[in-house]
Write a protein that binds this ligand. Structure first.
Ligand code: SF4
Length: 703
């Protein structure tokens, strides 16, 4: 079962075009950017103002919540006023949970209606019980009856529908049969797709959002593989829900969305941030531009004329193409199971007493620094302030034997605080030079060198040196050079070896694909040596020196690979400031769920249903609890997505009623309707009661 044409190159998934008003989604259209208003929908002026502000910064589709029929009725005037302001071309989407009446009203006024298949017409909110096959069938019939009027009306009016599954709000029916799994998310959406298709309605867009990027990635992959074999290839709307704010929110979104876009999946995106929604658009624009830069040389999506060839049974001619039948040719896929997370099993390596690498260890963090910084005990490289985000390895360039002598002189365990040092060796440096200058170093060394197809002899010499000295060799070898070096690599073995790449390769259009190829080459020669993910200017898709661009590139490459189970060491060499480089690395590790260095916040972006100020509340709670490494706190404006959103969180702080907060421990609500004024203190008391509290570390004196 395959979900994309290639895991090494970006080949856009062919999809049918769905028109949302004047805006085409899928097919050969560019990636469309979306966001959502946060005002009370019945405050028409505020909602129009926010919608116009979004359109002005480049939002192409604006979503507005319609929590009840009264709010849905307001969409008529909102649509009129936005059009009168000069934005008639920007389609509106009504966001519906629970109430078919609200959907039936909204569909009259706006170009698209989003329904959540987990709670549409679902009265038994979040109770799980046993369903027999007969019960299940009865439920599906009930669903058919409840959803069909909306489908028929959307068809009459030429509206589009989004079937938007959320990991946290699957129906009791689906939870009972599939659990809160990616498969459950997919089945939840397909139940609704089948109802649409029985009415000959195909203007459908699908989404599979989750706050955990790994779950979200797996769900979309599974959806693509399932949908395109049995249904039309409907467009996909991508998003990581409740990603939070700031750097962390951007990273989580970029990991999930970027990973899928590199595999060619996705036709429209939303970056959900707990910030004013206009700030989502520049991030979405930058992500879309990077992804679309990879479309240039790849076959494009399904054309409109091809989409019209789709037959009446809902199946498409492209279901017989390489996209769905598996591999589109030799070397397009690897052996990773893309539907289930498993960390690649690497051998354990010990770099001195302080730092182990391997299957039981979190990915280690390396920063790039100069020889002068390494030699200066007061430089940030040696800072003790980075207690929870320590620099574990420092990478320094060695261009000459004089550099080698100088680094050898500065390698004093008393003043060198990183656990190990990586020497990036120029081609002219030989094992004999190393023997003369640094063989007896008391600091564990990793010798990084690029080897090409004709380097068998020198690779052999390095292998002999590291075996004799106890140091480690990091081989930078592009996958295409593996066959000619295979004999020397086998001789080298796994015990003193790491593999890495510092650039993209000719056979992969992005560095994620190149690293996947590298892992595959290692598997084929039987090597379980650790893999070091290097983010360098040459691994980037688009050169741009802004911090946002670097953050997105790192999230795509490092985050995407970690979600595939690849990566034992990480370095962000595109960021010159070593402290920022280390912090960014730890934030990406945290976003990918690979290593925790601080509290994790799952915070919704807020919308017209929000029952308290998400932004200030999140900041307030972060100030008091941000140091609780390994603790996950969910902050949600309402309970619409259900306690399932708290599935991974240790504690939940959720709007229960205006000014009232419900507190959760895991999925269990333990305190209802607390006045918001005392809710922060009660949350902290709960954290203490459950043994998860630690006092913040005293600030270190300036160095
Ligand atoms: S959880 Fe947040 S974004 Fe989602 S519906 Fe509730 S208030 Fe809106």
């Amino acid at each position: 079962m395959s979900y994309c044409a290639s895991r090494f190159r970006t080949i856009r998934r062919p999809s049918v075009e769905v028109k949302v008003g004047a805006v085409g989604v899928g097919g050969n259209n560019p990636l469309r950017l979306q966001s959502m208003t946060t005002s009370d929908t019945q405050d028409i002026e505020a909602t129009v103002k926010q919608s116009v502000a979004l359109a002005e910064v480049g939002c192409e589709i604006v979503r507005i919540t319609a929590p009840n029929p009264a709010a849905a009725r307001c969409l008529r005037e909102i649509r009129q006023k936005i059009s009168a302001a000069g934005f008639a071309h920007v389609p509106l989407v009504a966001d519906i949970h629970f109430l078919p009446q609200a959907a039936m009203e909204a569909v009259e006024h706006v170009e698209k209606v989003r329904v959540n298949p987990g709670n549409y017409a679902d009265k038994k909110k979040f109770n799980v019980r046993e369903y027999s096959d007969a019960d299940y069938e009865r439920e599906l019939q009930r669903l058919h009856d409840a959803f069909s009027p909306l489908v028929r009306r959307a068809k009459e009016l030429g509206r589009a529908l989004r079937i938007g599954t959320n990991h946290g709000s699957l129906s009791d029916r689906v939870m009972n049969r599939y659990g809160d799994t990616p498969l459950g998310m997919v089945e939840s959406a397909l139940e609704f797709v089948r109802i649409c298709e029985t009415h000959g309605f195909h203007d459908i867009i699908l989404s599979m959002k989750a706050s955990n990027p790994k779950v979200m990635i797996q769900a979309y992959r599974l959806l693509a593989s399932r949908m395109d074999t049995a249904h039309r290839p409907y467009p996909l709307h991508l998003g990581v829900t409740e990603a939070g704010d700031g750097e962390d929110g951007r990273i989580k979104s970029a990991i999930g969305i970027g990973s899928l876009l590199l595999d060619g999946l996705g036709d429209t995106i939303r970056v959900s941030l707990t910030e004013d929604s206009v700030y989502e658009i520049p991030v979405a624009r930058a992500i879309a531009d990077k992804a679309m830069s990879l479309w240039r040389d790849a076959p494009q999506g399904m054309t409109n004329s091809e989409s019209r060839k789709t037959n009446d049974s809902g199946q498409s001619s492209i279901r017989h193409s390489s996209f769905v039948t598996g591999h589109s040719g030799a070397g397009q896929h690897d052996s990773v199971d893309p539907f289930q997370f498993t960390r690649r099993e690497s051998v354990a390596l010990q770099l001195g007493e302080a730092c182990a690498i391997g299957p039981e260890q979190p990915p280690r963090v390396i920063v790039r620094a100069s020889l002068a910084e390494l030699a200066d005990p007061s430089s940030a490289v040696h800072s003790q302030k980075l207690k929870d985000t320590p620099i574990e390895g420092v990478l320094v360039p060695i261009a000459t034997t004089a550099d080698l002598a100088s680094v050898g002189a500065s390698l004093d365990p008393a003043t060198t605080s990183p656990a190990f040092v990586v020497l990036e060796l120029a081609a002219a440096i030989t094992p004999a030079d190393l023997k003369a200058k640094i063989e007896t170093s008391k600091i564990p060394l990793v010798l990084l060198r690029r080897f090409t197809a004709g380097d068998s002899t020198i690779l052999h010499d390095f292998a002999v040196f590291v075996r004799g000295s106890g140091h480690v060799l990091a081989c930078d070898i592009v996958p295409g050079d593996f066959p000619s070096l295979a004999a020397a690599l086998r001789q080298l073995g796994d015990t003193n070896t790491i593999f890495t790449l510092s650039s993209r390769t000719a056979s992969a259009t992005h560095a994620v694909g190149a690293y996947r190829q590298l892992a595959e080459e290692l598997r084929q020669i039987g090597s379980r040596a650790p893999i070091w993910i290097r983010n360098t200017p040459a691994t980037a898709m688009q050169g741009d020196n802004s911090f946002l661009s670097k953050l997105l590139e790192v999230s795509f490459l490092t985050g995407g690979l970690l979600c595939d189970g690849l990566g034992d060491l990480v370095s962000i060499e595109t960021e010159a400031d070593v402290t920022r480089s280390a912090k960014l690395a730890y934030n990406v590790l945290q976003g990918a769920g690979a290593r925790s260095s601080k509290t994790e916040f799952v915070a919704c972006p807020s919308c017209g249903r929000t029952l308290f100020d998400l932004q200030t509340t999140t900041q307030r709670i972060r100030e008091r609890t941000g140091h609780l490494k390994g603790v996950k706190i969910a902050i949600m404006g309402c309970i619409v997505n259900g306690p399932g959103e708290m599935a991974d969180a240790d504690f939940g702080y959720v709007g229960g009623a205006p000014g009232k907060i419900n507190l959760y421990v895991g999925k269990q609500c333990v305190q209802y309707n607390l006045p918001q004024t005392g809710a922060d203190d009660r949350l902290i008391a709960l954290i203490k009661e459950h043994g998860k509290w630690a006092d913040p570390a005293p600030a270190l004196a300036p160095q």
